[in-house]
Design a protein around this ligand. Structure first.
Ligand code: B12
Ligand code: SF4
Ligand code: SF4
Length: 372
């Protein structure tokens, strides 16, 4: 009898730093595709148009690759050393979400997945394809089916062994490999994540409206935000961890073992005063290899300005005022709002000299709303 290929694959995965490696059928039917369709029909994906255009392929692994038979689902732990929530009280410093404080996980995981996929292809003699996040594949329901954990009421995948801090990566193969047992849900009557969300982004347990999620707004959404979210963001300037960090299953979480995922000192609670002075080159240097770099300096500065507007820190009035002349309209608009919150008198003075000559519609709207 041939050896179970799962043993070889799990050993290689562990050598490459994956904390968990499990197997699921990639071809059995599921209801996740219909739920995705519902999510998109309700408009909950917001401006993430790629979810709409890839809907069909995204709805099931075989819709993307007809030959897929087995999903090899991998998890890499990125647990923080300490509970990050106390950092939300430091109003003069920005909060960057835990997942983005080290090197970009796409790069870290993709490289490892490619090595593992090569080893599997050589061993099994069957085709394999590698996915991490960016491919049109629903990774969380696949991970649940493979038994890595379950999708909690906050919709993320959590596990009894790793808590909530687990990146996912998937290898699909044409090989038929015996599946592992699926995990069942262990949320019970807990609602900690739903209660913790600062923006009410959960229309119901196990459902998210991305348009209300600060992770979406800070990272995916390019324009000026509705006012309610600007205040709700507090000092969160890239991503949000509140629903993950609130979960009682984190008592089983451990710190990330992969050194490239460890938090860099410069990205733990960086002072807003320093971030407000970043030009494009300084932004790129600070966020070299970090996922934050992907959103670009202008969107990032918008986020930092909203946080400055919430800070009540009068030492930020000067750097915020300098950004009223920024070439990027989204930055100017956010600077106007931040100034109106920090120093209403200075805002009035600036408005009198600037509003009439402002030609950009975004900035004009901010001046005339008076910071709303
Ligand atoms: C789009 C996306 C987002 C969007 C939407 C979030 C979401 N929950 O889908 C935004 C930008 C908001 C986002 C935020 C974050 N993301 Co994200 N994201 C993705 C991405 C690219 C696709 C997810 C997707 O398909 N969503 C579509 C919806 C429909 O899927 P779903 O929420 O899982 O829906 C299920 C249930 O909610 C339920 N359901 C949904 N609607 C309905 C309706 C009814 C009536 C019913 C009954 C059920 C139901 O069934 C669905 C199927 O199981 C994945 C990577 C991937 N390719 O899978 C990463 C991914 C989910 N993200 C990840 C991370 C880390 C985050 C953040 C933690 C980052 C941060 N700190 O800021 C936050 C967490 C926010 C949150 N609470 O979810 C990780 C999660 C890892 C894990 N352990 O789960 C992933 C898997 C990336 C990765 N490879 O590691 N993300
Ligand atoms: S990431 Fe933050 S804003 Fe988004 S659902 Fe979770 S708690 Fe709410
Ligand atoms: S906080 Fe509670 S409800 Fe939310 S995912 Fe964790 S156990 Fe489930």
């Amino acid at each position: 009898m041939a050896a179970d290929p799962r043993i070889f694959i799990r050993e290689r995965a562990a050598e490459l730093g994956f904390g968990v490696c499990r197997f699921a059928s990639a071809s059995d039917p599921w209801s996740a595709g219909e739920q995705l369709q519902y999510f998109v029909e309700q408009g909950r994906h917001g401006d993430m148009g790629w979810m709409e255009t890839t809907l069909e392929r995204r709805s099931h692994p075989t819709a993307m690759w007809d030959g897929a038979r087995t999903a090899i689902v991998l998890g890499m732990n990125y647990g923080p050393e300490t509970d990050p929530r106390p950092e939300l009280a430091k109003a003069s410093n920005g909060y960057i979400s835990v997942y983005a404080r080290g090197d970009d996980y796409h790069e870290v995981i993709k490289g490892r997945l490619k090595i593992l996929a090569g080893q599997i292809a050589a061993r099994l003699g069957q085709e394999v394809k590698v996915f991490v996040d960016t491919a049109p594949l629903m990774e969380k329901p696949l991970a649940q089916r493979a038994g890595l954990g379950w999708q909690g009421k906050h919709t993320n995948l959590l596990s009894r062994t790793h808590g909530n801090w687990l990146f996912l990566g998937t290898i699909l193969t044409a090989a038929e490999i015996k599946p592992d047992e699926a995990e069942s849900e262990h949320c019970g009557r807990c609602t900690a994540c739903l209660d913790a969300c600062p923006t009410g982004a959960f229309p119901a347990p196990f459902q998210i409206d991305a348009r209300r999620c600060l992770s979406y707004l800070t990272i995916e959404y390019a324009g000026p935000w509705p006012i309610e979210f600007r205040t709700a963001t507090g000092n969160r300037i890239y991503g949000c961890d509140d629903c993950l960090a609130a979960c009682p299953w984190n008592k089983f979480a451990q710190g990330a073992s992969e050194a490239r995922l460890h938090a860099r000192d410069a990205l733990k609670s960086p002072p807003l005063a320093e971030l407000l002075t970043l030009d494009d080159a300084a932004f790129r240097a600070l966020f070299s290899k970090s996922p934050v770099k992907r959103i670009g300096r202008d969107r990032f500065l918008r986020n930092v300005l909203y946080a400055a507007g919430n800070s009540s820190d009068l030492t930020l009035v000067a750097p915020v005022t300098s950004l009223l002349d920024d070439p990027a309209s989204v930055v100017r608009g956010a600077a106007i709002w931040a100034l109106s919150r920090l120093d209403p008198e200075r805002f009035e003075t600036e408005r009198q000299t600037r509003a009439a000559t402002e030609s950009d519609p975004v900035a004009r709207a901010e001046w005339s709303d008076g910071g709303a």
